[in-house]
Design a protein around this ligand. Sequence first.
Ligand SMILES: Cc1cc2nc3c(=O)[nH]c(=O)nc-3n(C[C@H](O)[C@H](O)[C@H](O)COP(=O)(O)OP(=O)(O)OC[C@H]3O[C@@H](n4cnc5c(N)ncnc54)[C@H](O)[C@@H]3O)c2cc1C
Length: 432
Amino acid sequence: MKNKASESYDVVIVGSGPGGASVAKELVEKKQRVLMLERGDNDPINGSFFQMAMNAGIPTQSLLFTNLSFLAMVRGLCTGGSSIFYCATAFDPPFEMLDAYGIDLRQEVRELKQEIPIAPAEDRLMGVGARLIMKSALELGYDWNKLNKFIYQDKCQRDCGKCSYGCPTGAKWTARNYVEQATDKGMTLINGAKVNRILYEGGKAVGVRYSKNLATHDVFGKKIVVAAGGVGSPEILRRSGLDRAGYDFFFDPLIMVFGTVDGLGSNGEIQMSAGAHMKKGGYLMVDLNFPTPIYLAQSMPKLRLHKAFSQPNTLMIMIKIKDGLGGRITSSGGVRKSLRAEDRAKLQDGFGHAKKILANAGAKGIFSGWTVAAHPGGTVKIKEMLDSNLKTTKENLYVCDCSVIPEAWGLPPTLTLLALGKRLGKHLAEQK
Ligand SMILES: Cc1cc2nc3c(=O)[nH]c(=O)nc-3n(C[C@H](O)[C@H](O)[C@H](O)COP(=O)(O)OP(=O)(O)OC[C@H]3O[C@@H](n4cnc5c(N)ncnc54)[C@H](O)[C@@H]3O)c2cc1C
C-alpha cells in the first residue's frame, strides 16, 4: 500500500463515528481533501455475535468497567463507531439548550432529515412485545409514542433480531453509510490506525501521530478534527497538552426491566420502537429487545434457570437516565465514575413505572438487570474547552463528537452529533 504518511490533507479526521463521519461527508462534498484515521476495522457487517463481541465486547478496549461498581460501558471500535451497534433511535437535539452556547442546529437537522431515513417504524415492523407494551402504557395514561428511527424500512426484516449485532441487511442507517459516501467521493480512510497525539508547530496543530501494525506514522493536515468519541477524544487531547479533557462527564446509565408473558412468542424485534420521555423524572422509558446471548448477560444477576429459556415470552423496558456530571477518563482511556444517590433514585423511579406497565400487560416475575452505560460524553465541553465552532484553544484543532456536549444529557445523541458534524464541515470548508 502507498505510504500515506508523507501526504498532506486539507483536513485530518480522527474517528469515524457519527461526529467524524458527518464532518467528513460535508467536507468531501465541498471538494476538500480529507483523510480519516480509524482505530478499528472496516470488515463488512455480517450480523454475528462474534463480530459484535470483537468490536464492542473486549474488556479494557470497547467494554470499559468503572472502578468501584461493575458498571460496564460499551462503545463500538470499527468504522461507524458505536452507531454500528446502536438502537437507531433519532431524537431531535435540545435546540434551546444549544442556543445558549451560540449553536443553532435547526437548519442542519432539517437537511439531515432530507438525507437520511428518519421516521417512526411502520406498524408492520413493530414487534409483538413492543405493541403490547405500548398498549399497556397508553391504558395507564403514559405519553408513550412511536420514536423516530434511522432505518431504511423497506430493507428491514421484522423479527430478524440482529440490530444489536450490527444490521446485516443494511436497513439500519449508521455512520458507516456517510463514511462510504465520503470514500466514494475521494476521502482516504485508513483503518487499524490508532492516533496517539496531535503534532504542533509554533503552537498550531499541523498533524497527528498514529500507530498501525506496530509502526508509527505522522500525517499532516491544515485542520485536525478529533472525533474519537467521548472516551477516545479526551485520551488523545490529554496526551497532546490539553490536560483538562476527560473530567465531569455523563454516560446515561440504564437498566433493563424484564417480565414474562406466557405465550407472547416474540421472535426478536426492532429495538426502541416506542417510549415515553419522563422529563421531570429525568429518564427515558422504551421497549427493547436483544438477541439471546445479550439477554442472558443482561438478565444474569436475577436469573432463575427457567428464565434462560423464556426469552420469546419476555417483555423488556429500558430505563435510561440523565446522570449528573462527574468522574474522569484515565490517561489510558479507563472510565472512573460512580452513580450518585440521585441517579440511583431515578433508576428506581423508572423501575417502578416500568413494573406497572409490564404488570398491566400481563407480565409476571418482573425484575431488572445490570446497570450499564452507552453514551459517554461531555468530556471536552463547549464553552469550557471549545468555542462555538468546536475549536480548541490550539489553532487548527477541533473536536466533533459526543465529548463536546456541554451539559448533562440523557438523550439518544446521534442526530445532534450528525448536525454538529455537518455544521463544522460547512465552517471548515469556508476557511482559507
Ligand atoms: C448499544 C448502544 C445503543 C445505542 N443506541 C442509540 C440510539 O438508539 N440512538 C442514538 O442516538 N444513540 C445511540 N447510542 C449512542 C451512539 O451510538 C453514540 O452516542 C455515538 O455513536 C457517538 O458518536 P461519536 O462520534 O461521539 O463516537 P463513536 O461512535 O464512539 O466513534 C468514535 C470512533 O473513533 C474511533 N477511535 C477511538 N479512539 C481512536 C483513536 N485513538 N484513533 C483512531 N480512532 C479512534 C473509534 O473506533 C470509533 O469508531 C447507542 C450506543 C450504544 C453502544
